[in-house]
Design a protein. Structure first.
Length: 201
């Protein structure tokens, strides 16, 4: 079966060919076209805006270095998201190993894209990311991608390189842990008791 490329896919196919040929202009085009998506994915996972630009650059560097690994017919955007997830995972694990928990400052919290910035109080956003810091990194990633970045489960599974069933198991664990810890927090208790974000999913 021949896969029919959508217009966006066709544009990316040309871009990939240019990248593989070492076209310098293609590097700029890659960043301009896909950096906003990677920025959003990484921010949702790590929760600290100050660290995002460096991680986006790292993800782009890895993508350029590995561009020949992209299989024919694969979606460039999904492949880049998978790289962004891996970069985010490494960052969270390193931060946990160092026992280094960086709180989101008031100014930074205001920069978080919706829905994180839509919490009734910025304290709730800080508290949520504090709880996410306590989750296993893989559970944190699926929760952030599903509920904070509003991605479909199939997209989450593809980005994480795991089965849909695995994503669902991790999501259930994350939901239970966040519900348990969140009810101990005054800033999150009302949100949870009023119907957590995932209650309507």
């Amino acid at each position: 079966m021949v896969r029919r490329l959508r217009p966006a896919d066709q544009g990316d196919a040309v871009l990939v060919s240019a990248l593989r040929a070492g076209d310098q202009a293609a590097y700029t085009e890659l960043f301009d076209r896909h950096a906003p998506t990677l920025t959003r994915v990484i921010l949702r996972i790590i929760g600290t805006p100050a660290d995002v630009p460096e991680l986006v650059n790292e993800a782009m560097f890895r993508a350029i270095r590995r561009i020949h690994d992209l299989e024919a017919g694969d979606c460039l955007k999904s492949w880049l998201c998978a790289i962004a997830v891996n970069v985010s995972r490494e960052h969270v694990r390193a931060r946990t190993r160092r026992r280094w928990f960086r709180w989101i400052g008031l100014d930074d919290a205001s920069e978080l894209p919706a829905p994180a910035a839509d919490f009734e109080h910025r304290e709730a956003a800080r508290e949520l990311y504090r709880i996410l810091d306590e989750l296993p990194v893989d559970d944190r990633i699926v929760f952030a991608m599903r509920y904070l970045d509003d991605r479909e489960l199939t997209d989450v599974a593809q980005a994480c390189g795991v089965s849909l069933a695995t994503v669902k198991r991790r999501l259930v664990r994350a939901e239970k842990r966040i519900a348990l810890l969140g009810r101990k927090s005054p800033s999150l208790r009302g949100w949870l008791e009023g119907g957590a974000r995932w209650a309507s999913r």
